[in-house]
Design a protein. Sequence first.
Length: 218
Amino acid sequence: MSSPFRLVVFDLDGTLVDSRRDLAESANQVLSDYGCGELSEEVLGGMVGDGAPTLIARAFRSAGREAPGGALERFLAVYNGRLLEHTRPYAGIDDVLAHLSRRVTLGVLTNKPLLPARTILEHFDLVKHIALPIVGGDGPLPKKPDPAGLRHLMAAAHVAPDVSVLVGDSIVDWQTAQAAGVSLCLARYGFGSNSVDANRLGPGDLAVDAPAALLDLL
């Protein structure tokens, strides 16, 4: 089928890969290191999307205190050491990217720091499908929901907003797409999708319940 889009930009955590357990176990290790009780994987998964500093701040607030100095650095050290223990691409993602890359330009926009993002994409050989440089959360561009990263990818692909779509699972992705004037494709299979009120999706927005469904829409 002919795609209405020329550029498809993917979020990483909760969209391309299920990294919830590794993120949650790393956050719980840090909470435990500082004498706090652990939180459920589901609760911590709902805190993912705005980057590691916000995740750690939210986790400690939920545990009843402010994040102490050094907690972020401790989390990054723990998480980078267990980056691939349980993290896996969602079922069918490799085939979806392979098919999409033949007809549209693909990019990745994530609030995860670039090194672990690239490590995950390279480990699972997903990076071969991505034509544009990966935009991470620790580069010169501000994190999502600021639209600068998405606009940068549109400029690199020489495309306009009306032929671009952001595929993501969280309210942060919806806000980013709104700010950039592009369509959102909500990945309802992702662990952050409960943060998005489906009633707020616009007429140009899409939603899928499994990665394979992306091939019918994009």
